[in-house]
Design a protein around this ligand. Structure first.
Ligand SMILES: Nc1ncnc2c1ncn2[C@@H]1O[C@H](COP(=O)(O)OP(=O)(O)OP(=O)(O)O)[C@@H](O)[C@H]1O
Length: 278
């Protein structure tokens, strides 16, 4: 085995890497020259202004979107040339939890979690049952297996969605606004669960969220995306103490700063027709 192929050096390959990626929709450029690396076992929070391109990063990773330029690598493998079976195999290694969890309303809690196992594997029923109950147990909802989604609370539904996202034992879990609409207690529980599952199951997680308090509490690293670029990346503490005006405005939740509260507009006096009268 060549030295560069040794298992220890292979472990150094980031699970996720964006190399100088530019991308967008149609002609419109959303992300420009973005570089990002995430090592296995870590929890990365993607934060930033609305419409800045956080969800777009998740779409690149799931290869729902191809970059105009640069490379998106998963476990060292460039996603761009993958087709058919190879892409399917890579996607199987990713779990996704999108806003509000979106459970199948006509399937029970059990069947919601069983769904990816039935879709992607040929496992016998007894094994599916054990795997589903293990995942439900991990999120504290083994006892809710027979309930329908309409019978569980928003916080519970999010936990069912989490169990479903990890049903296939993914390497990477992508969370898009996993806390949206949750009360502070459920939000804290969901955040803690994401961290605990990440560590207990050896996952790697990327969370897009506007809930800075909760994400900073569980993330190893935070990347802030604004104006199509990663403007800051570091530990939660590093971002909290950043002197960068944009990071300070965002993390400190100040209305005004480099991101203006007011859209550029004509002077107030002019808009209200007060100039002539003054
Ligand atoms: N399918 C699409 N077609 C065209 N434009 C899109 C599409 N999806 C997103 N956009 C645009 O790309 C930009 C980035 O969107 P994205 O959803 O990645 O932002 P975000 O940072 O996740 O925002 P938010 O925090 O509000 O969810 C936005 O201006 C959005 O309008």
């Amino acid at each position: 085995m060549a030295p560069s192929d040794s298992p220890s050096s292979l472990r150094q390959v980031p699970l996720v890497e964006l190399r100088d990626v530019s991308c967008g929709y149609g002609e419109r450029v959303i992300l420009e020259s973005v570089n990002l690396k995430l090592q296995r076992g870590k929890v990365l929070a993607l934060i930033g202004t609305s419409g800045g391109g956080k969800t777009t990063v998740l779409r690149l990773l799931g290869r729902q979107l191809q970059p105009f330029k640069g490379q998106v690598l998963f476990d060292g493998q460039d996603l761009a040339p993958l087709g058919g079976d190879q892409l399917y195999a890579v996607r199987r290694r990713m779990g996704m939890l999108f806003q509000f969890g979106a459970l199948f309303t006509d399937l029970s809690v059990f069947e919601n979690v069983a769904f990816p196992l039935r879709e992607h594997t040929q496992l016998p029923e007894a094994m599916i049952r054990d795997l589903v109950l293990m995942k439900l147990n991990a999120v504290g909802l083994r006892g809710a297996r027979d309930l329908m989604p309409s019978e569980v609370s928003g916080g519970m539904a999010r936990r069912v969605a989490l169990a479903r996202a990890i049903a296939l034992d993914p390497d990477l879990v992508l969370y898009d606004e996993p806390f949206a609409g949750l009360d502070p207690i459920s939000l804290g529980v969901a955040a803690r669960l994401i961290r605990d599952l990440n560590d207990a199951l050896g996952l790697t997680s990327i969370i897009v969220s506007h809930d800075l308090h909760e994400t900073f509490a569980i993330a190893d690293e935070v990347a802030m995306i604004a104006n199509g670029r990663v403007v800051a990346q570091g530990t939660p503490d590093e971002l909290r103490h950043s002197e960068d005006p944009l990071v300070k405005q965002f993390v400190g939740a100040h209305a005004d700063g480099p991101v203006r509260f007011h859209q550029p507009a004509a002077p107030v006096m002019q808009d209200f027709g007060l100039e002539a009268r003054a």
